[in-house]
Write a protein that binds this ligand. Sequence first.
Ligand code: TYM
Length: 332
Amino acid sequence: RPRVLSGIQPTAGSFHLGNYLGAVRQWVALQETHDAFYMVVDLHAITVPQDPAELRANTRLAVAQLLAAGVDPERCTLFVQSHVPEHAQLGWVMNCLTGFGEASRMTQFKDKAAKQGADRATVGLFTYPILQVADILLYQAHQVPVGEDQRQHIELTRDLAERFNGRFGETFTVPAPYILKETAKIYDLQDPTAKMSKSAATPKGLINLLDEPKATAKKVKSAVTDTDTVIRFDPEGKPGVSNLLTIMSTLTGTPVDRLVEGYEGKMYGALKTDLAEIVVDFVTPFRTRTQEYLDDPETLDSILAKGAEKARAVAAETLAQTYDRVGFLPAK
Ligand code: TYM
């Protein structure tokens, strides 16, 4: 079985619809066909200021949401990044292989650093993508299911894997991004040219999966569309309507063309009302299931303990080989 690996940050609390449609949904599908490793990346979460109690709670919450979404610890390896110390260890080796200028070109870093102010951005934020490289290479992943915003980090991973292999001998699998075209970028409902994200100017365009379903329905119904009234899939000309069609198509499994046919002669209101119902039908059981997992911390902890053990077995082997290749004296 080919191997996949991916991660999600626990920072924000609730996952949003972009996380689910862009990534987590694919994780659930790929665990059927691939040897899958999925993790909550708490090491990455401390690259921006965090509250310790909140981080701990949000890490549990992230795991509960993954389980609620259908990530199945019987079918994949589900773990928390800090439980596997090899991530930080391989991260160091990768830091030493990355050019300063190369790291400086990472656009997510530039965006986040600009938002925080250059003096407040940490070195951890700067090396964030390099830790992500280590995450992926440790497991010899063939594919990495993510949204479009992660593409540059996967490119860096490929570059560093090739560089290491070239310098020290064949060690790492060079991974490919697994990005589905349709859902690579889910857009903000109020600003359909910007990606849906926690850091949006207003929360009105952000669908948090754990919000009150009523509030969510309201957000969908007040999504920005455009001035003409025709329901058509045209991401350039009609980004708002096209985003709604994408979300509807993915949640229902109905191709966009068929949806468009069905809405011929109808107004945007009809589309939004229907979509609000579809989204509510999705988030309502999702919230309940998440709560059920949270209410059973023992099960959750035992899932994570097993996951960490499985992950470490793979990670330790890759790290040992890497240490050997770079010339570290083995500890006897
Ligand atoms: P994070 O936690 O920001 O996001 C988790 C996943 O959600 C995707 N995503 C989106 N997809 C489509 N449309 C959107 N609007 C949208 N917003 C977010 C992201 O692309 C991501 O796949 N650096 C990563 C976490 C990470 C990782 C890894 C991923 C750490 N190590 C190793 C893969 C492999 C991140 O911050 O994702």
